[in-house]
Design a protein around this ligand. Structure first.
Ligand SMILES: Cc1cc2nc3c(=O)[nH]c(=O)nc-3n(C[C@H](O)[C@H](O)[C@H](O)COP(=O)(O)OP(=O)(O)OC[C@H]3O[C@@H](n4cnc5c(N)ncnc54)[C@H](O)[C@@H]3O)c2cc1C
Length: 278
């Protein structure tokens, strides 16, 4: 493991100070992406600022705005939070699809999106829920919609010196049912070859996919067919997903396989959610 300086942050201002002082400072939340990345040479970290014990980042609450999930909250805490289970279970499904129980005991939702992998398993559910990313930095606080947060593979809307403080799942929550479906090489621990979230929203549907484009994407063509053109046949609607994605071939699957399995998972997601809403 390459050497780096370790800084333990007790509050947000300390974390921002380390970020401002050295551009080769990396934030550590659960460390399940960061430490693997440092060891593998993906991240050249001179300094690591540990934010996981910052009290204000441990916020996990529901109020009139929705559900707020701080940057220090783990995936297991989110999946077990009653308002998530009751109102937005698709997010619990996305969290539970990551790694193992012990990985999820450390890994955070915010770390999952800040890593900005197109295959991040929480991204597609967050797209369907219209999540809002809360950011703090030298210029103050700002908010970005989740679809604008991902800008490319490993790239996000974060500017120099900024960090994510929390994610808001805004009210009104979707009515109906949501499912997250993941195809991977094994039934055990693996990143998604394709991940598909399907969420009924009143009489409408929202669909998002991961690992099939440089960023997670909405299946706009499928959504339009169902929401605006009254297409009711799930297979017919799902076949349109090929217009929305641009997969590559890599060690997890070929481009052709990803096209195929995307259609299959979108169809299954539509079928599994339609009866509660029809
Ligand atoms: C065995 C194993 C299995 C895994 N399986 C999956 C899987 O199935 N699906 C999946 O999607 N992922 C998987 N992962 C990846 C990883 O666990 C997740 O992406 C996790 O959610 C990352 O969260 P973390 O808190 O550990 O992030 P960290 O590793 O601490 O951070 C990740 C990145 O985000 C940055 N960062 C962290 N917090 C902030 C913040 N508040 N503001 C700005 N930047 C920040 C860090 O500097 C780093 O670049 C797996 C990892 C392991 C080790």
């Amino acid at each position: 493991m390459p050497a780096f300086t370790y800084q333990k942050c007790s509050d947000l201002s300390q974390a921002m100070k380390w970020l401002a002082e050295d551009k080769d400072t990396f934030l550590l939340a659960g460390g399940t992406d960061l430490l693997v990345g440092i060891r593998g040479g993906k991240f050249k970290a001179r300094q690591v600022a540990d934010i996981k014990d910052i009290e204000e980042l441990k916020i996990l609450k529901e109020d009139q705005k929705g559900i707020t999930i701080g940057a220090g909250v783990t995936l297991n805490e989110i999946a077990q939070f009653e308002p998530v289970q009751k109102n937005v279970p698709i997010l619990a499904e996305g969290c539970n699809s990551i790694g193992t129980y012990s990985v999820r005991n450390r890994a955070t939702l915010v770390g999952n999106i800040c890593n900005a992998s197109p295959a991040a398993d929480t991204a597609a559910p967050l797209y369907c829920l219209g999540a809002i990313v809360k950011i703090a930095g030298p210029g103050g606080e700002r908010q970005v919609g989740i679809e604008d947060f991902f800008t490319g593979p490993g790239q996000s809307a974060l500017k120099a010196g900024e960090l994510v403080t929390a994610i808001l799942i805004p009210k009104p929550y979707p009515q109906g049912k949501g499912v997250y479906k993941k195809a991977s090489r094994t039934r055990s621990v693996d990143l998604a070859t394709v991940g598909v979230a399907v969420q009924r929203w009143g009489q409408e549907v929202r669909i998002a996919l991961g690992a099939v484009a440089p960023t997670p994407v909405r299946a706009s063509s499928v959504e339009k067919a169902i929401n605006e053109e009254n297409v009711t046949d799930a297979a017919q609607a799902a076949s349109l997903v090929e217009k929305d994605i641009s997969p590559i071939s890599d060690l997890r699957g070929s481009r052709e396989y990803r096209y195929h399995i995307s259609k299959v998972l979108v169809r299954r997601g539509l079928e599994e959610t339609e009866e509660v809403c029809s």
